[in-house]
Design a protein around this ligand. Structure first.
Ligand code: KG4
Ligand code: ZN
Length: 341
């Protein structure tokens, strides 16, 4: 299965083999391209995907030791994501599938993230609770089976990754803010500042991060432009602590309510080591198991798309097409996904 990911600012290509596992993959991150603008510029993203995709495909096939005609199917990210960026992956995937006369599959980006821990742990199986924390989404789901995802809670405003990115910007850090803020936080004392933990004790499993952003803005203003390096690190640590406290507490509540004993974490924020520490400790107390994607599969990548497509095709889902009318769905709710069969 060839997988192509172009939903946002990473061009990812991979070949996944249902018997031999991951055969080859290549990735290009556009971080340096968008850094000057402090966020992703959609038009620049699309153009860069066009320039990168075919060279990455060549590199992937070479790594896999495969010719194009040896592929059995072609998959691409159908959505959600930036329309122009998605169109590049969809167009290339449709052309390739047509050229080699093989089926074409459109994959849901979040199902790719959701299944990414299984890339390294193929024995891991449904059902589980999933904490999906990326730049655009923050969700708790009950994953009952492939394609059967019940939403337990989600953010009512900013996503967790967005909270990291926006507060990092307030602290004068570069884009993307999450990893930068985490790096600075390592030198800080999280107790030096008191920040709110919105919805920590609410009865639902929803999240809210907009208030935290405002609280950080207030602290930044109080500190003024001559803020010392230690205070910045302390504020970064306090912010990371507040975000991860809420994420961990709600994930635990979701496990308790669902009665499930397996937690799967996915998405870019899943790379955060403080979040992992807290989830490890909380799950150990609960007697639950927690699984993370390998760090390199937390952010967007080709293997998660190839893998999700492989699972769908194997389970008999009639989504593979041969009409090669490539389509995209920039807005696509995970609950609209058809389960196989
Ligand atoms: O899943 P992803 O690559 O893209 C989306 O589909 O959104 O997630 C990107 C998000 C960004 O907001 C980034 O700041 C955040 O993940 N992120 C992190 C870390 N690494 C990436 N946030 C906190 N700590 C990290 N180590
Ligand atoms: Zn993503």
């Amino acid at each position: 299965m060839l997988g192509i990911e172009t939903s946002c600012d990473e061009t990812g290509v991979a070949v996944y083999d249902s018997h031999a596992g991951l055969r080859g993959h290549a990735l290009h991150s556009q971080i340096s391209l968008h850094r000057a603008y402090g966020g992703v510029v959609p038009e620049l993203a699309s153009r860069d995907h066009i320039a990168r995709l075919l060279p990455l495909l060549d590199a992937t096939l070479e790594q896999a030791g495969l010719g194009l005609s040896e592929l059995d199917a072609v998959a691409y990210t159908r959505g959600p994501g930036l329309a122009g960026a998605l169109l590049v992956g969809a167009g290339v995937a449709a052309a390739l599938a047509m050229a080699i006369d093989k089926p074409l599959l459109g994959v849901h980006h979040l199902e790719g993230h959701l299944l990414s821990p299984l890339l390294s742990e193929p024995g891991l199986d449904f059902p589980f609770v999933a904490l999906l924390v990326s730049g655009g989404h923050t969700m708790l789901l009950q994953a009952r089976a492939l394609g059967r995802y019940v939403l337990l809670g989600e953010t009512v405003d900013d996503a967790a990754g967005e909270a990291f990115d926006k507060t990092a910007k307030l602290l004068g850090l570069g884009y993307p803010g999450g990893p930068e803020l985490a790096r600075l936080a390592a030198f800080g004392n999280a107790r030096a500042f008191e920040l709110p933990r919105p919805k920590l004790h609410s009865a639902d499993l929803d999240f809210s991060f907009a208030g935290l952003k405002t609280a950080v803005l207030t602290k930044v203003r109080q500190l003024g432009p001559a803020v010392c390096e230690q205070s910045r690190a302390d504020l970064a640590a306090a912010t990371q602590e507040a975000i991860t406290d809420v994420l961990a507490a709600k994930a635990v509540a979701a496990l308790q309510r669902s009665g499930l004993r397996t937690l799967v974490v996915a998405g870019g924020v899943g790379a955060n080591l403080r979040l992992r520490e807290k989830l490890d400790a909380a799950c150990a107390r609960l007697g639950a198991r927690v699984h993370y994607p390998a760090l390199q599969w937390c952010t967007d990548n080709g293997p998660m798309i190839a893998y999700a497509a492989c699972r769908r095709l194997q389970s008999g889902l009639a989504q593979a097409r041969r009409d090669y009318a490539f389509d995209i769905q920039p807005r696509w709710d995970l609950s609209e996904l058809e389960p196989p069969g």
